[in-house]
Design a protein around this ligand. Structure first.
Ligand code: MN
Ligand code: MN
Length: 313
């Protein structure tokens, strides 16, 4: 698959779509945190249609507050930016620092992996049949920005960051696919190219088939991605996709975060409703906006472009 950008591919447009991916992730997390673990009928009874960043939820969050999905993505981004490149131990250190800071939420598989890093300096958790949760896929977006222009590098780093906490073929495959969709979206690849990535995954692992959808929006990564695929491919705007997904409840913040990263990359910054962007925690909004720009500048696509420009001089 060529990674050459198509369509609107000026560097400004790429940076804006990269920014939309990270802000989309945070918006999806902040929206979905309200309805995480709820049933669709309870959401309907309580909110009608939930479409406002209003906080609350089982974590009783202030409006605009994000959870582990965004925070662990921030950790991945911070580690890359601090080192000016990829350093898995630096990512593990950021996770450790985050865990010691008493985060508002942390999944049990993530907690175990980070604890094992702290105690044993372990950078790859052993294979485990219970590691097919969505905790590694939810934080993979920054890798897609940093690996822009190189899908092989992207696949390797997506799995490396995953194995810090999750070691399962379905988690690995999910991380690569989500990163690939974000990557293609940022490059301006048409929707069919994003769909091809999802279909390729479903071809290899039938657990991810998404033509029919039974509504299981759980934290099992195949359920999460089927929900994301179904809602992303059956809606036509960022807003419609996100509203649909967070009103399903279940693991709503994580499904919202992944859908937000993919849909943000595809639809771009202008497509994210302003009311959601302004409601987002300003510190998170600022950090992610700056990180997006810096990650893209470190990517092979941009470094390659600079090399090319250097040669002509
Ligand atoms: Mn969360
Ligand atoms: Mn969640």
């Amino acid at each position: 698959m060529s990674t050459r950008p198509v369509g609107d591919h000026g560097s400004g447009a790429i940076v804006r779509r990269a920014t939309a991916s990270l802000l989309g992730l945070a918006v999806g997390d902040a929206l979905g945190a309200t309805t995480e673990f709820m049933k669709p009928e309870d959401i309907r009874r309580q909110y009608g249609v939930h479409e406002r960043i209003r906080g609350g939820g089982w974590l009783n969050l202030p409006p605009g507050r994000v959870t582990d999905d965004t925070e662990m993505s921030q950790c991945v981004a911070r580690a890359i930016l601090a080192k000016g490149g990829w350093d898995l131990a630096a990512v593990a250190e950021e996770f450790a620092r985050w865990l010691r800071g008493n985060p508002v939420d942390v999944g049990s598989t993530c907690r175990r992996g980070i604890r094992d890093y702290i105690l044993k300096r372990q950078l790859s958790t052993p294979p485990n049949e219970w590691d097919a949760g969505n905790g590694a896929a939810m934080r993979v977006a920054p890798v897609a920005l940093f690996a822009l222009g190189d899908e092989e590098l992207l696949a390797r780093l997506a799995v490396e960051q995953a194995r810090l906490t999750h070691n399962h073929p379905l988690s690995d495959a999910s991380c690569v696919t989500v990163a690939r969709m974000v990557h293609r979206g940022i490059l301006g690849t048409p929707m069919a190219g994003l769909r091809a990535a999802a279909e390729e995954l479903a071809g290899r692992h039938p657990e991810f088939r998404f033509e029919r959808y039974e509504g299981n929006a759980t934290a099992y990564v195949a359920d999460t991605l089927r929900t994301v695929f179904h809602d992303f491919f059956s809606t036509r705007t960022f807003e419609e996709c996100l509203v649909r997904i967070v009103n399903r409840g279940g693991d709503a913040d994580t499904a919202g975060a992944i859908a937000g990263a993919v849909a943000g990359a595809h639809y771009g910054l202008e497509a994210i409703p302003r009311r959601w962007l302004v409601a987002l925690d300003p510190a998170v909004r600022k950090e992610l906006t700056e990180a997006a720009k810096k990650l893209v500048r470190l990517s092979p696509l941009f470094r390659g472009a600079r090399r090319q420009a250097g040669k002509t001089r």
